[in-house]
Design a protein around this ligand. Structure first.
Ligand code: MSP
Length: 515
C-alpha cells in the first residue's frame, strides 16, 4: 500500500493553543493512527509557524526577543499535544536551521530560474499596525478605520514570485481533478479565485520594517514573507525531515477553511510546480468551531481552552467529542454540556458499562477466564453479523472522511453488545445449568465485540482503547489489522481478564451528593 504523508497546518506561535488548533491536530492524529491500523506506512508532520509580524509584535509586547518568546510558546503547544496524545513523527519549528537552509535553497533556485524577480510594491501602510492594508479594509467612504491610525501611501522595493505564470496550469488541474480538495465544494472556491488574473506574490519584506524572518540569500536587506516560509515546512519535514527538496512526496494537508484561498489552494501548488515537484495528494479542509454560533475570539471572551477541557473530562473524551460532533469540512458549535453528555452517555454508559458488566460477570461466573463459544447459536450468529456489518461501514466512512458518522456506526456495535446482554440476561442463565452454553456464548460475544471495537477506536481514544484491551487480558497495543479483517476473534477462550475498572469514572459533579 502507498505510504501516507500527512501534515497539519503549522500554528502561529504568537499565543497559546486554542480549540481550533487542538481539533485539527487531534483530527490529523486520528487519520494517522487509522491509516497505520490499515497497514499503511505513515509520516505525520506537525509544527509551529514562528516568523513574521504577528510573532514579532507579540514578543515585543511581552518584552522578550522573538526567539525567547517562541521558545516559551512552543512549550504550551508541545505540552498540549502530549496531554492529548497527538503524536506526530516530526514536529517542525520554522526557526530551525534545517528549515532556514531549505527555504534559502528554494529562494536561490527560483531566483536563478527567473521565477522570483525584483519589483516595486505600492500600497497603503498603517504606521500604527505596521502593515499594508488592502482595499477590503477601506470603509465605504474611502477612509480607513480608526484602529489603523495614520495611513500613508508607500512604495517599497521587493521580490515577487511569478504566480501568474502558473495560473492556467492550476486552473486546468483543478478542473480536471476537483477531488484534490475535500470537500469538493471547496475546489470551486479556489477555481472562483482563479477567475481573475493573479497578481504576482510579494515574497519579501525589507528588514527595516520586519526583522523576524529568514533572510533572502540574494539580498541581505530583505527577509522572506511568512507564508512563503511557512508553506515550505511541508518540504523540510518530508521524508526523513532533513530539509531536502528531493524528499518531498505528495502530502495530504489538513487545514482550516480560512487558509485555503489563497495560501494552500493557490500559492502552494504554484510553488510546487515552479520547483518541479508533484502537487499534493489532497487538501483536507475542515470547518471552524464557533461558540453560541459566534467566532472564538479573545476580545469577546469566547475562548475555549482545550487544556482545561482535557483536564476536566480527560483527553479521550475531548478527542471523542470533537470528532463525533463536527462533520469534517463543516462548521460546528462547541457546547461543554454536550461534551459532558457524550462522555457520560456514549463513553461511560455505553462503552464503559459493556466492559464493566460483562467483565465482572466473567469474574463471577467463570473465574475471570473468557469462556469458549465454538458453535454459535442463532442469536450469536445474528449478533456477530450486526457487529461485523457495523465495522465494515465504520471503515468505509472513515476512508471517506466521514468520521462523525463512522463513530456512529462503531457505536452501533457497542449498543448491539449491550442489547444482547439485556436480551439474554446472563444473570438468569447463570442459575440454570442447562443454559451453560448460552451463558458462555453471551459472555464470549461481549468480550469479542469489545476487542474489535477497542482495536478500531484506538485512533480516536488511544488511552482508553489500550486500557480496555489490557482489561480484556491483552497487551494494550494495537497493531495493524489481520489480513481477513473484520473477522470474529478466534483466540479468546481461556484468556484471563485483567482487573476490571471503570474506563470513564464519574466526574466529581456526577457523584451522588452525601449530605
Ligand atoms: N500559521 C498559519 C498556517 C500555516 S500552514 C503552512 C495559520 N496559523 S493559525 O494558528 O492561525 O491556524 C492554524 C490552524 O488552525 C489553521 O488550519 C486554522 O484554520 C485552524 N483554526 C484556527 N481557528 C479555528 C477554529 N475556530 N476552528 C477550527 N480551526 C481553526 O493559519
Amino acid at each position: 500500500m502507498d505510504s501516507l504523508f500527512l501534515t497539519t497546518a503549522i500554528d502561529y506561535a504568537n499565543a497559546k493553543p486554542h480549540l481550533g488548533h487542538a481539533y485539527e491536530k487531534v483530527l490529523t492524529d486520528t487519520l494517522a493512527r487509522f491509516a497505520r491500523r490499515r497497514g499503511e506506512g505513515v509520516r505525520f508532520l506537525s509544527g509551529l509557524d514562528e516568523h513574521g509580524q504577528k510573532v514579532q509584535q507579540s514578543a515585543a509586547k511581552a518584552g522578550q526577543s522573538p526567539q525567547e518568546f517562541v521558545d516559551g510558546i512552543s512549550t504550551h503547544f508541545l505540552g498540549l499535544w502530549k496531554d492529548l496524545r497527538v503524536e506526530p513523527d516530526d514536529f517542525l519549528r520554522t526557526t530551525e536551521i534545517r528549515h532556514r537552509k531549505l527555504v534559502q535553497e528554494v529562494l536561490t533556485k527560483l531566483h536563478t530560474q527567473g521565477d522570483i524577480v525584483k519589483g516595486t510594491f505600492r500600497g497603503f501602510y498603517s504606521i500604527r499596525a505596521e502593515q499594508f492594508l488592502t482595499e477590503k479594509e477601506r470603509l465605504p467612504d474611502g477612509s480607513w478605520p480608526e484602529i489603523f491610525g495614520e495611513v500613508v501611501e508607500l512604495t517599497e522595493e521587493n521580490y515577487f514570485f511569478k504566480l501568474s505564470k502558473y495560473q492556467d496550469w492550476l486552473k486546468e488541474l483543478l478542473q480536471k481533478q476537483p477531488s484534490l480538495i475535500f470537500p469538493e465544494f471547496r475546489a470551486k472556491e479556489v477555481l472562483g479565485a482563479l477567475e481573475k488574473p493573479l497578481p504576482d506574490l510579494c515574497i519579501s519584506r525589507p528588514k527595516t520594517r520586519l526583522a523576524w524572518g529568514i533572510p533572502l540569500p540574494f539580498d541581505e536587506n530583505q527577509v522572506t514573507y511568512v507564508w512563503f516560509d511557512a508553506l515550505l515546512n511541508y518540504v523540510t519535514g518530508a521524508g526523513s525531515g532533513k530539509g531536502r527538496l528531493e524528499d518531498w512526496s505528495p502530502a495530504v494537508h489538513v487545514i482550516g477553511k480560512d487558509i485555503l484561498v489563497p495560501a494552500h489552494g493557490i500559492y502552494w501548488p504554484c510553488m510546487l510546480k515552479a520547483l518541479g515537484l508533484p502537487v499534493f495528494r489532497e487538501l483536507l479542509v475542515h470547518g471552524f468551531w464557533t461558540r453560541k454560533s459566534e467566532k472564538l475570539s479573545k476580545s469577546t471572551g469566547n475562548v475555549v481552552d482545550p487544556k482545561e477541557l482535557a483536564e476536566k473530562y480527560g483527553a479521550d473524551s475531548f478527542r471523542y467529542y470533537v470528532l463525533r460532533e463536527m462533520a469534517l469540512g463543516h462548521d460546528a458549535d462547541f457546547d461543554e454540556e454536550s461534551l459532558a453528555a457524550r462522555r457520560k452517555g456514549e463513553l461511560a454508559h455505553e462503552l464503559g458499562n459493556l466492559l464493566q458488566r460483562a467483565g465482572s460477570m466473567i469474574g463471577r461466573y467463570r473465574e475471570g477466564k473468557i469462556p469458549s463459544a465454538m458453535n454459535p447459536d442463532a442469536v450469536s450468529e445474528a449478533f456477530r453479523a450486526t457487529v461485523l456489518g457495523a465495522l465494515k461501514k465504520w471503515d468505509e466512512l472513515m476512508q471517506n472522511h466521514q468520521i462523525h458518522l463512522a463513530l456512529g456506526e462503531l457505536w452501533k456495535a457497542v449498543q448491539a453488545g449491550n442489547q444482547m446482554i439485556e436480551a439474554r440476561a446472563p444473570w438468569k442463565l447463570a442459575k440454570d445449568p442447562a443454559k451453560t452454553a448460552e451463558l458462555d456464548a453471551t459472555l464470549a460475544d461481549a468480550m469479542a465485540v469489545l476487542e474489535l471495537v477497542f482495536e478500531e477506536v484506538e485512533c480516536v481514544i488511544p488511552s482508553t482503547a489500550s486500557a480496555g484491551l489490557i482489561q480484556l487480558g491483552l497487551t494494550g497495543k494495537v497493531g495493524s489489522r489481520p489480513k481477513d479483517w473484520p473477522e470474529w476473534p478466534a483466540h479468546q477462550a481461556g484468556r484471563v481478564l485483567g482487573k476490571i475498572d471503570p474506563l470513564f469514572p464519574l466526574l466529581d459533579e456526577e457523584k451522588p451528593k452525601v449530605s
